[in-house]
Design a protein around this ligand. Structure first.
Ligand SMILES: [Zn+2]
Length: 991
């Protein structure tokens, strides 16, 4: 590695220069200025320093911003910091308690001093420490951010903005008060969502119907309720027995005035669902075996049997058995029938014989998929028995059967008034029936448990009464949100359906918490607006933040400057009311009000929103929902870009693997440009990127090569000496190739195919450059600076979005006075495309490869190489065959007939084998070569090969290179090789 390139000082030089020149500060252009482009990325949550894994999303957004800036747009790329929520609070509590694991992370991963850690008992100190740490890292990464618009979500003006947002939503009827289930931390007494849980999992839950079977021991017959939780209330008609786990401790409890037997775990869950539960005594599962229970829909008496698959923490711990339609029930019944010992133990008798003890599955649903009397048995048989273990097999059979019967099943004659009804309909009808008659209740259960709160407690489902919810169930709201998505550009495209799915699936969402940092709910100050609800339209706030930071306006009511009310936001963000009215009411000069409104109208809507894929089901969808609710259609967001995560050397990053590398440490060690490129080069946008140190080293060398080339050929002094380079074949070729690479790279960038764009810029161009340098060196040329300067000027500009520091430095060393940040993105010049030069270099490189191959195979040490180019009539034939192939003919006989029919190509019949070989040449040539060759009119192979004589000789043992045309009567051709020459495929003779 060259000691001459001091990366760290180059980085700090440019960070300072950009700041001095205010190059990333974007204000509206006046008059017919540039088009605007507003790029935003999800603001960070400052409870830890950023690591390599965080860097990808921000780097992608920065690359996008820098690209659009070079394309001539007035780009606004701002940043804020999200302080809202409970995690910082939880963290400060853990600091106060001296939590060992957290201390270990602070010391060993984040390398924090004890003095700093001691301040963390105050939550805001944590946020502000990491806020500044992250901000420094973003500057060091070279992010082109307009820092005048920075804010935190606990700033006073921001709180006014969020209060306005919430009052606006409430006026539109989109915030409702009601009782809805939420994920809940019993320790914090707070709702939890993705941001609040360990591992960032969103608590997901199902709604079960609790069917109240009646039972009891001999003394108080049928006084006891045995509630069974089910997702399929319509199968109630097929219940043959009940299952309890004999090894589980159940409790007899007073639930809302009734006597229930349920598992202990279920008793606790029911309390969170607002049932009044008083435990009377423990009842062993084994005690209940042999009891009978009464089915509330038909008063059938069914026995209670033992089953080990029943879990205390699933539902109520009591299961209704529907063996005809539930594979687990069927299998357990079969197992029990075969297990005479178990039957004896519990003094029960159940078998397959036709007697009283026979429990027969009762089929109640018909569908085209299952024709036998026991659909569950069929479903089990249909799952490959050799594959998964028994449990997985039953799971698969259960889900197959469930969905098939749900969509295609019909209720049979033995289901009372529901007979003939589709299962999808009957499910709700049966549920309503039993609910209304008091024979059932509902119960919510976490699907993805255990879900742990960041405080460590296990989360439950809580039925919150009189809580405030964003009504994402509202049909009209959903419709508008779908409409917005349908008009939006979603990158990559495959993600679009995920958005549509989430929009349909979202329901009421608790929007406030009892604790945490943030804005109070304006009309109920007991509650604080939670973090996924105060982060949905803040992109609009970047416009306002600039004026707060410059002190033109103030959100602080105590300083007696302004009195910002909703009128201000209504006018600035929605255009309702008048500037004069706002000026009067809020005590702001009318001019300032108008200026803010104008700036908002200029930069809004958001042109591109970048985020990680994990935010699709929450933040990004809420972002769309809230925009369509609050803003006019013309201010709806235009694009969402979603990226995958980052792996470290192929592995997931985690504290336990010790492979989390803080971003700032990585920059110090490897340089910002290297880190930026290494994050982006390994994968296209949605795939997981793999960050590896081999890649880091390889990229470092590539960047160094660019520096060295700039110094050697393109420093401003050497360029002055070399005004213009004489255009030789390889110059024309390099310039032509450059135009093609510009076009390809621009196309990749426009579709944000970042990996591809880096590949063109860093690798394809380098291959071309190496060939050019080899050609020039063989000719002992010294006058290459002109072409190389042209080349480098394009390469560094295309590199600038990815490696801004290297690009700036090289750009300046080349003699440019203005920052590359505002240089133009290169535009391909069609006029510089030179197909003769392209064909020449293609011919020479293939010829060289052929020669090297012959020498390798024959092990000769050649002193003389004779090359024969083909006779001109062959070119006529070649082009005729090519034209035929491009027109879609591939039958050789047919092509031959057409060649012979034409006097200009009739000579083909003298050597049909040669014509056949030409056809094979064409079919194996690259597509671009085929179309190029048809266009070539003045291509001369001999001229091209003559030009490369020096290169061929230098590469092949300094041998003498002699070139003849096949038609040359004086040619040296001792082995009669010349006649086998074909167009673009010269014949070779070696001595
Ligand atoms: Zn908690």
């Amino acid at each position: 590695m060259s000691a001459r390139v001091d990366w760290n000082s180059i980085e700090s030089k440019w960070i300072n220069r950009w700041e001095e020149q205010r190059i990333f500060e974007a204000d509206p252009d006046s008059g017919n200025g540039r088009k605007k482009y507003f790029v935003t990325v999800a603001y960070p949550y400052p409870n830890s320093p950023q690591h390599i894994g965080h860097g990808r999303t921000y780097t992608l957004a920065d690359v996008h911003a820098r690209y659009m800036r070079m394309k001539g747009y007035n780009v606004l790329f701002p940043m804020g910091f999200h302080y809202t929520g409970t995690p910082i609070l939880g963290m400060s509590r853990r600091v106060a308690a001296g939590d060992a694991e957290l201390m270990e992370t602070f010391h060993n991963v984040y390398k924090l001093s004890d003095d700093v850690i001691a301040t963390f008992v105050e939550p805001v100190k944590i946020a502000s420490f990491f806020h500044h740490e992250i901000k420094r890292g973003m500057k060091e990464m070279g992010y082109s951010i307009d820092w005048r618009r920075e804010f935190t979500t606990i700033d006073k003006m921001y709180s006014k903005f969020i209060s306005w947002q919430f009052r606006t939503l409430r006026k539109k009827g989109l915030i409702v008060q009601g009782s809805h289930p939420v994920g809940w931390c019993p320790r914090d007494q707070n709702p939890v969502s993705q941001h609040d849980t360990i591992g960032d999992v969103e608590p997901d839950f199902n709604e079960y119907t609790l069917i109240k079977f009646r039972s009891g021991d001999k003394e108080d017959d049928n006084n006891i309720t045995l509630p069974a939780a089910t997702l399929r209330p319509e199968t109630l008609f097929g219940v043959t027995n009940m299952w309890v786990n004999p090894d589980v401790d159940y409790v007899l409890a007073q639930v809302d005035g009734e006597k229930w037997i349920i598992s202990k775990e279920a008793a606790r869950k029911l309390e969170f669902l607002n049932h009044k539960v008083e435990i009377i005594k423990t009842v062993k599962g084994s005690e209940m075996i042999g009891w009978n229970a009464t089915n509330p829909v038909n008063n059938a008496s069914v026995p209670i049997y033992p089953a080990s698959f029943v879990e205390a923490d699933s539902g109520t711990g009591i299961v209704m058995s529907v063996p005809a339609h539930a594979p687990y029930d069927y299998q357990s019944l079969e197992d029990l029938k075969a297990d005479k010992k178990l039957q004896q133990k519990f003094h029960i008798s159940v078998d397959d014989d036709d007697n009283n003890n026979n429990v027969r599955p009762i089929k109640i649903i018909e569908s085209e998929y299952y024709t036998s009397d026991i659909p569950a048995a069929e479903a089990i048989k249909q799952v490959d028995a050799s594959g998964p273990n028994n449990r997985e097999r039953l799971e698969k059979a259960t889900s197959d059967l469930y969905s098939r019967e749900f969509y295609k099943g019909i209720m049979m004659h033995n289901t009372g008034r529901f007979a003939g009804m589709a299962v999808a309909v009957a499910k709700n009808e049966v549920k309503q029936d039993v609910m209304q008659s008091g024979m059932a209740d509902t119960m919510y259960e976490l699907v993805n448990k255990p879900v742990k709160c960041r405080c460590g407690a296990e989360c439950v489902v809580k039925l919150l009464n009189d809580q405030w919810f964003l009504n994402y169930s509202n049909k009209e709201w959903k419709r508008l949100t779908h409409e917005c998505v349908s008009k939006m550009d979603i990158v990559p495209r495959d993600i679009r359906q995920e958005f549509d799915y989430v929009i349909d699936w979202l329901r009421e969402r608790a929007c406030a918490r009892k604790s945490g940092l943030g804005t109070k709910l304006p009309w109920d100050e007991e509650w604080t607006i939670e973090s996924l609800s105060d982060s949905v339209i803040y992109m609009a706030y970047y416009i306002i933040a600039k004026y707060v930071n410059s002190k033109a306006i103030s959100g602080d009511d105590d300083d007696n400057k302004n009195n910002i009310t909703d009128t201000f936001f209504d006018y600035v963000l929605l255009g309702t009311g008048s500037a004069d009215q706002v000026a009067k009411e809020c005590r702001i000069p009318a001019y300032t009000v108008q200026q803010i409104r104008k700036e908002f109208s200029y930069f809004y809507p958001v042109d591109s929103r970048h985020s990680g894929r994990d935010l699709v089901p929450n933040h990004l969808t809420f972002f769309i929902f809230n925009h369509v609710a609050i803003f006019d259609k013309k201010n709806w967001p235009r694009q969402i870009v979603v990226n995958g995560s980052v792996l470290m050397e192929g592995k997931k990053m985690s504290k336990s693997l010790g492979n989390i590398i803080p971003l700032r440490a990585a920059i110090r060690e490897h340089g910002a440009d290297t880190i930026r490129l290494a994050m982006l080069v390994s994968a296209e946008i949605l795939q997981d990127a793999d960050f590896s140190f081999d890649t880091v080293r390889g990229i470092r060398l590539k960047l160094l090569g660019i520096f060295e080339m700039a110094e050697k050929y393109c420093s401003s002094s050497s360029l002055q000496q070399q005004q213009a380079t004489e255009q030789q074949l390889e110059d024309k070729w390099l310039v032509s190739r450059l135009q093609r690479t510009i076009a390809e790279t621009s196309a990749s960038m426009d579709r944000l195919r970042i990996r591809e764009a880096i590949h063109h810029t860093l690798y394809s161009l380098d291959q071309d450059l190496q060939w050019y340098l080899k050609r020039a060196a063989a000719k002992r040329r010294e006058n290459v600076s002109g072409t190389l300067a042209q080349f480098l000027s394009v390469q560094v500009r295309m590199l600038a979005p990815f490696a801004p520091f290297t690009a700036e430095e090289v750009w300046e060393r080349m003699g440019n006075r203005q920052s590359i940040t505002i240089a133009c993105w290169p535009v391909a010049d069609e006029g510089k495309i030179d197909i003769v030069a392209e064909e020449s270099e293609f011919l020479i490189s293939s010829l060289l490869a052929d020669l090297q191959n012959i020498i390798k195979v024959t092990k000769m040490t050649p002193t003389k190489i004779v090359i024969y180019s083909s006779a001109s009539w062959k070119t006529q034939v070649y082009k005729a065959i090519l034209a035929n192939i491009l027109e879609g003919r591939i039958n050789f006989g047919e092509i031959m007939k057409r060649l012979i029919a034409n006097p200009e190509t009739a000579k083909a019949k003298t050597d049909p084998k040669l014509a056949q070989k030409m056809m094979e040449d064409i079919l194996s040539a690259p597509l671009e070569a085929r179309s190029r060759r048809l266009k070539l009119t003045e291509f001369n192979e001999v001229t091209a090969i003559y030009d490369a004589q020096s290169l061929l000789s230098a590469e092949i043992n300094k041998a003498q290179i002699v070139i003849y045309s096949e038609q040359d009567p004086t040619k040296y051709d001792p082995k009669s090789r010349a006649k086998s020459a074909r167009p673009f495929k010269p014949a070779i003779y070696i001595e």
